[in-house]
Design a protein around this ligand. Structure first.
Ligand SMILES: N[C@@H](CCC(=O)N[C@@H](CS)C(=O)NCC(=O)O)C(=O)O
Length: 200
């Protein structure tokens, strides 16, 4: 299996999940500026040109971070990276994956955008991102992980996106439960190894 990534991007969550599931994989770095890898044209791997992409042993390529995360979890049920099919807990995890993808991740995308000026980013950070951080903080005040006591792929994705805050000048230091969550995640070998592999 090959995981296509770019350092510090949203491929980190997939790498954490692969490590949590003890899968063997190769990391292939994508240069966003040229959309190339050591193998050549990245658009030949995925016409979207995005990371993450996961090339399976049979050559099939999976895209979309939340789908890759679910594929890893479902392929390795003994690792319990997601609750069982049909349970309320399962849908709770999916709610969080969707929230992180569509609200948090894409909100952070605005903060990285070269099409948005600094003043607009500041207003957006306070007015749009702020309430989302408040929500996460409140949830993590009563829960060590997104689902309570146990790690799931939703934690990998939430952690991944929250690591971007300092890069876009969002100060999360007042959110003490978020800080504790980040520190807790940082002690997991999967996270430490993934950060090291991306040279972060
Ligand atoms: N819908 C995709 C979006 C992935 C995405 O936004 N990837 C970004 C990095 S975090 C990317 O590859 N950007 C390409 C670029 O900036 O050139 C998913 O959820 O996986």
């Amino acid at each position: 299996m090959k995981l296509y990534f770019a350092p510090g991007s949203c491929g980190l969550a997939s790498q954490i999940a692969l490590r949590e599931s003890e899968q063997k994989f190769e990391l292939i770095k994508v240069d966003f500026a040229t959309k190339t890898t050591v193998e050549g044209n990245y658009y030949e791997v995925t016409p979207k040109g995005y990371v993450p992409a996961l090339k399976l042993k049979n050559g099939d390529v999976l895209t979309e971070g939340t789908v890759i995360l679910q594929w890893i979890a479902d392929g390795n049920p003994e690792r319990r990276l997601l609750p069982e099919f049909g349970t309320r807990e399962r849908y709770k995890a999916l709610e969080w994956l969707n929230f992180v993808a569509s609200d948090l991740h894409k909100g952070m995308g605005v903060m990285f955008s070269s099409f948005v000026d600094g003043a607009s980013k500041s207003r957006f950070a306070e007015g749009y991102m702020g309430p989302h951080f408040d929500y996460i903080e409140k949830h993590l005040t009563n829960n060590d992980y997104v689902l309570g006591d146990t790690f799931s792929i939703a934690d990998a994705y939430l952690y991944n996106v929250l690591t971007w805050a300092p890069r876009v000048n969002i100060d999360l230091s007042k959110y003490t439960s978020i800080q504790k969550f980040m520190a807790r995640m940082g002690t997991r070998p999967s996270v430490r190894d993934a950060l090291a592999a991306e040279q972060l």
